[in-house]
Design a binder for this molecule. Sequence first.
Ligand code: GLV
Length: 327
Amino acid sequence: MKEKILITRKVFPSIVGRLQEHFDVESNDADYIYAPDELRTRLQGKVGALVSATEIINAPLVQACPSLRAVANIAVGYNNLDLAALSAAGVVATNTPDVLTETTADFGWALLMATARRTGEAERWLRLGLWDKWALDMFLGVDIHGASLGILGMGRIGRAVAQRAHGFGMTVRYHDRAPVALADEKGAQFCSKEALLSLSDHLVITMPYDPASHHTIGRRELALMKQTATLINISRGGLVDEDALADALADNRLAGAGLDVFEREPFVCPRLLANARVVATPHIASASLKTRLAMADLAADNLIAALGYGACAGQPPSPLNPAVLRT
Ligand code: GLV
């Protein structure tokens, strides 16, 4: 008899098919988000789970699901997983790095350009039929070429964002816990967080989120930014204090914000939504068909291998707690 796994959200049929070759699969084709009680109930007797960022896998849940041996996240960010609790219970956790790096960096630029050049605001205005004449001062934005780009978090995605800046002749600076070895991002300068905030014309957040990085951008940080700057977040909403950001935008202390992530998704702070200078998208930075397929495929590879099946049995490609595999 096959072991049982749970797929907590709707995934591509090809992925379900791959998992069915090895497991007895229960999948959530209706694609609603399980309440914690339902998730706990559905995980009973399951050895593995393919989850998304919408599922919170915390210590009480892990303790209530003793049959669980592996959790594969379809996301590179894993703030929804309590790694310590999973490791303590001997459950392998995995994520989906690399396959989404370039697509996510592309989208960071899409948001940056839309925010700096006010494309959403201008398009909404045009569609409302308000364009009766051209004017010299219509929708004046801020330049991208030759500007100063700041990157907060110089990991894989930060480096891919930096690489793309060369075509725009930008000065690139970054901040991270320490300087990182850079290859193709020639000229990207490490600087303090304060210098990054005060010198950047466009600031892109690409750092991971955890309790320690909560509200990395708050009132103090926003006050250090240029009044003409844009703030772009493609990481996790909790990195930015949304109330403070809404205040800064309302007081014209910032030119605009491009946000793909929010503190309480899918809720979006109404003051941010009401501000025309905010470009808001529903957490889609990695959403090209090719990349979302690759993420789901990698998550399936991880789950199959972590549970001891397939050609890479016992060696999932991207484990988050590899020590568990050695025990
Ligand atoms: C998306 O937000 C991811 O972490 O992959």
